[in-house]
Design a protein. Structure first.
Ligand SMILES: NC(=O)c1ccc[n+]([C@@H]2O[C@H](COP(=O)([O-])OP(=O)(O)OC[C@H]3O[C@@H](n4cnc5c(N)ncnc54)[C@H](O)[C@@H]3O)[C@@H](O)[C@H]2O)c1
Length: 250
């Protein structure tokens, strides 16, 4: 039980990568405060956890764009359980159209979910982490920041912002025993991929670009998250780990 006694604040938990991540951490004894607004998917995840007799999942079905509701939920949860040891900023929205068709409001709406909510999560978790002199913050970025994708401008902007925050937070929180890293997933066949008009052609494109000739599985992300959240990763901070089958090599 590698994460027994640890509480994880996780956003976008009911999604393609989030659900697998949550189950993996639950199997290792973690308690998860999960935020996702999709009730149907949240119900499915709860069923999956129950089918495996996994305790410790606490789902909160709120909209991360509603900062007041998010703050209140996190304050309540922290008061009940004593705070969060690990934050995984995973939720994202990814509207898909030409850059010039996005309004400034569109950009702001994406930042609100993909970045601002994560800032609140970190602000709410930090006091407990400082007290414990131990914490892990992991931001989910994306392979799209490497520049190979069109029609995702606000999303790519938000993923770049998360890498900037990863570095800025890492610099300041290291003194409190808190590491901050980002994961940049490659292309995983989840809901996010359905935005592409030709799924089979897209899958071929992915495999051509990857050094490893199989599609990624959400487990690959869960494994990387578990490493960065572990004690073994205590000397790694401010980094972005590409988990993309060897697509981007930097
Ligand atoms: N799947 C991929 O190939 C891929 C590639 C690169 C990066 N990523 C990143 O990995 C993370 C997870 O991606 P995924 O594939 O699981 O996506 P997903 O769309 O399957 O899951 C995202 C989850 O976030 C939730 N969410 C979105 N907006 C919300 C809001 N306002 N309030 C509450 N919940 C909200 C959704 O309900 C959903 O369950 C994201 O940050 C994404 O950008 C994924």
């Amino acid at each position: 039980m590698r994460f027994a006694g640890k509480t994880i604040l996780h956003t976008g938990t009911a999604g393609g990568l989030g659900a697998e991540t949550a189950l993996a951490f639950l199997r290792e004894g973690a308690r998860i405060i999960a935020i996702d607004k999709d009730s149907a998917k949240a119900a499915m995840l709860k069923e999956q956890a129950a089918a495996e007799n996994l305790d410790g999942l606490s789902m909160h079905e709120i909209d991360l764009a509603d900062i007041a509701a998010l703050s209140e939920t996190l304050d309540q949860a922290a008061a009940e359980i004593g705070g969060f040891d690990i934050v995984i900023n995973n939720a994202a929205i990814y509207p898909f159209r030409a850059a010039h068709e996005f309004t400034l409001e569109d950009y702001r709406a994406v930042q609100a979910v993909n970045v601002d909510a994560g800032i609140i999560c970190v602000q709410k978790a930090l006091p407990h982490m400082r007290e414990k002199n131990w914490g892990r913050i992991i931001n989910m970025s994306s392979v799209t920041i490497s520049g190979g994708w069109s029609n995702l401008a606000p999303y790519v902007q938000s993923k770049g912002a998360l890498i900037g925050l990863t570095r800025a937070w890492a610099r300041e929180f290291g003194q409190f025993g808190v590491t901050v890293n980002a994961i940049a997933p490659g292309a995983f066949p989840t809901e996010a991929e359905k935005i592409h008009p030709d799924p089979e052609g897209y899958s071929r494109f992915v495999l051509e670009n990857q050094a490893i000739k199989r599609r990624g599985h959400p487990r690959d992300i869960a494994n990387a998250l578990m490493f960065l959240a572990s004690d073994e990763a205590s000397f790694i901070t401010g980094q972005t780990l590409n988990v993309d089958g060897g697509w981007v090599m930097t």
